[in-house]
Design a protein around this ligand. Structure first.
Ligand SMILES: *Cc1c(COP(=O)(O)O)cnc(C)c1O
Length: 463
């Protein structure tokens, strides 16, 4: 754009008060709120124009301002079939967990207060007993997320030695989990020294024994770290040492099992159960709150009393502490795991993995009938770095862009669905848009059908 054109576009921007007045017209914001939003939208648009944005992309300032009035994260319908979808907030909460959050959010809470004696308590008190009960561990601690829990575990156990802090890890477990969480970097950040043993595909007990002997001969007291592969598997000529054998070596073991299997289902057989690592004698077992545990974002450490206490006392524990709302959700979710049968029904991610085919077929039929889609056979995934090989087959509703649409690109239909209210997130497969009923609750089917009809109508009229 020419300088002159840019100047004209800048001058043509409405005054803050005018945009604010239109925004306030008929909707809820207070005058001050409307002015704040109008000011932000105009500053953004001015910045775009100054950076050379063309004046002809008709920036609808009022629409932008309305969008800004309702900050996210907002509720979306998960039609992807990916049960633990990190981009969609991983595990939806169980009803009792959501209620516990609501309750804890309404006023003050006995977060760090012992109601018996009125003295200062610790926020752990709310999950400590539950974690002991459910895992058989001597003690337990919850922090902000599992990446933080792993960092804390390595820092607290390796840092108990004064100078050299070796952490022995199999080369097959030097993994990247996602979001930049890489095991070698976590060890470095924790101030420890990585000692690699074995090879990418095979690591034997003798490899650990040799490294342990070498380190001990040099006067160090190493820690052994095991990390679950989570989002991939090595198959074929492979060998890893199981947690029982590793614990038999006499050095403290940190077992990062990742997904947090507390209730064992046949479908979860390929993920490490927390209880097994605890029973094997791991000093610390680390796992997520929002993967197969099915609760809020949280990281959990369970294990031997002195190891958990070392984590609790470490300065990083304060930096990683869990908030009161996730803590309320975590305690309520853990309580559901006391009864495995109830957990499978009441915890959404477990229910979705276990949902009967007949229920899926009914949901798919209802949805297809209500929006004109076709029921097809499809394959969904668990997601969230768990059970990467598990294929969840079942019915899905396939949608095609309206025949009259100028551009029948399925990506445009997906975009129209994402732009809906509520947004519906589908998955694209073999050139079609699929909506998977596994990740939609029964009471979401009607909303999904409405959202699909609206998106199809939108595409049909915008030729
Ligand atoms: C997912 C995972 C983590 C990170 O957990 P977050 O809850 O995402 O922080 C760490 N270690 C393993 C083995 C995992 O699978």
């Amino acid at each position: 754009m020419t300088d002159e054109g840019r100047l004209r576009a800048l001058r043509a921007l409405p005054a803050v008060d005018r945009l604010a007045a239109r925004l306030a017209n008929g909707v809820l914001p207070t005058p001050a709120e409307a002015v704040s939003v109008a000011r932000a939208v105009l500053a953004e648009r001015r910045g775009e124009l100054l950076a050379g944005a063309p004046d002809d992309d008709d920036a609808d300032l009022l629409a932008r301002a309305r969008e800004r009035l309702h900050p996210g994260p907002r509720r979306v319908l998960n039609g992807t079939g990916v049960v633990i979808h990190t981009n969609l907030g991983r595990a939806p909460l169980a009803v009792t967990a959501a209620r516990a959050v609501h309750e804890a959010a309404q006023g003050y809470a006995d977060l760090e207060l012992d109601l018996d004696d009125g003295r200062r308590g610790h926020r752990d008190q709310h999950v400590r007993e539950l974690l002991r009960e459910l895992t058989g561990a001597q003690d337990g601690l919850a922090v902000n997320n599992a990446a933080g829990a792993a960092l804390l575990a390595v820092a607290a156990l390796a840092a108990r030695q004064r100078e050299d802090r070796p952490v022995i890890v199999s080369r097959g477990q030097l993994v990247e989990i996602g979001g930049g969480f890489r095991v070698p970097e976590v060890i470095a950040q924790a101030g420890a020294r990585l000692v690699e043993v074995g090879t990418t595909n095979r690591t034997r007990l003798a490899d650990y024994e040799r490294a342990l002997a070498d380190e001990r001969a040099a006067g160090a007291e190493p820690v052994l770290l095991r990390v679950h592969q989570s989002n991939f598997r090595t198959v074929g000529f492979v060998e890893q040492v199981d947690v029982e054998a590793l614990c038999g070596l006499g050095a403290p073991v940190i077992d990062d099992v990742g997904s947090g299997v507390l209730t064992e289902l046949p479908a979860l057989a390929d993920e490490p159960p927390v209880r097994r690592s605890v029973a094997a004698g791991a000093a610390l077992t680390v796992f997520s709150g929002d993967k197969l545990l099915g609760g809020p974002q949280a990281g959990i450490l369970v294990g031997r009393a002195e190891a958990v206490e070392a984590c609790r006392r470490h300065p990083l524990a304060r930096a990683l502490r869990i908030g009161r709302l996730p803590l309320a959700a975590l305690a309520a979710t853990l309580a559901l795991h006391r009864d495995p049968d109830r957990a499978r029904r009441a915890i959404p991610v477990l229910a979705m993995l276990d949902v009967p085919r007949k229920t899926l077929e009914q949901r798919a039929r209802r949805l297809a009938d209500a929006c004109g889609g076709e029921v097809v056979e499809a394959v969904a995934r668990v997601g969230g770095g768990a059970l990467p090989l598990l294929e969840l087959s079942g019915p899905a509703v396939a949608l095609d862009p309206p025949a009259r649409a100028a551009d029948p690109d399925p990506a445009h239909l997906a975009a129209a669905l994402r732009a809906g209210r509520p947004p519906l997130i589908p998955r694209l497969h073999a050139g079609r848009v699929l909506v998977d009923p596994r990740t939609l609750a029964d009471d979401e089917i009607g909303h999904a059908a409405t959202a699909i009809r609206a998106a199809l109508a939108h595409l049909a009229t915008n030729l």
